[in-house]
Write a protein that binds this ligand. Structure first.
Ligand code: SF4
Ligand SMILES: [Zn+2]
Length: 138
C-alpha cells in the first residue's frame, strides 16, 4: 500500500513511533490489531500531547496521531473523516495504556509537557470531585 505521508514535523525524531517500522499508524479499515499496536506505542510516547495538537491544528485526516484515530480526532474538532478511511467506531477505545489518570497527568507536568487529552480529562474530573467534596463539607 502506498500512502501520501504528510509533511513530517521536526519533533517526530524523538517520537516513540520513529523507531518502529511498518504501517501500524495507517491501518487498513477495520485492522484493529495494527491500530491497537499503534495506540499502545503512542501511550509510551513523550510527544503524545504535542502530536495530537499537531494533527488537530493541521486537520490531519489520516492515520493515528497522539493515540487517536481520525474518527476520534473528528470528535475533538479535527478534520472530517471519509468512508474510505481507516477510521472505525470499533477503534474508539479508552486511553492508551499509562494515560488517563491523575498520576499520569502529574507525570506529564513533571516532564514539563502539556498533558494529553485523557490525562487532562482525568485531572479535570478529579478537581471537579475535589471541589464538590469541599463544597459539601463547608
Ligand atoms: S503520539 Fe504516537 S503517532 Fe504521535 S509521535 Fe508519539 S508514537 Fe508517534
Ligand atoms: Zn497522558
Amino acid at each position: 500500500m502506498t500512502i501520501d505521508l504528510p509533511t513530517i514535523p521536526a519533533w517526530v525524531d524523538s517520537a516513540a513511533c520513529a523507531s518502529v517500522g511498518g504501517d501500524y499508524w495507517y491501518p487498513e479499515k477495520g485492522d484493529r490489531a495494527s491500530a491497537d499496536y499503534a495506540r499502545k506505542v503512542c501511550g509510551t510516547c513523550p510527544l503524545i500531547a504535542t502530536c495530537l495538537e499537531y494533527a488537530l491544528d493541521n486537520n490531519e485526516p489520516h492515520g493515528i496521531w497522539g493515540g487517536l484515530t481520525p474518527k476520534q480526532r473528528q470528535r475533538l474538532g479535527g478534520a472530517p473523516v471519509s468512508d474510505m478511511d481507516e477510521s472505525d467506531d470499533e477503534l474508539d477505545a479508552p486511553a492508551p495504556r499509562g494515560h488517563g489518570t491523575v498520576g499520569a497527568y502529574n507525570m506529564h507536568r513533571r516532564r514539563g509537557e502539556n498533558a494529553c487529552h485523557w490525562c487532562k480529562q482525568a485531572q479535570a474530573a478529579y478537581s471537579r470531585e475535589y471541589r464538590a467534596r469541599k463544597a459539601g463539607a463547608a
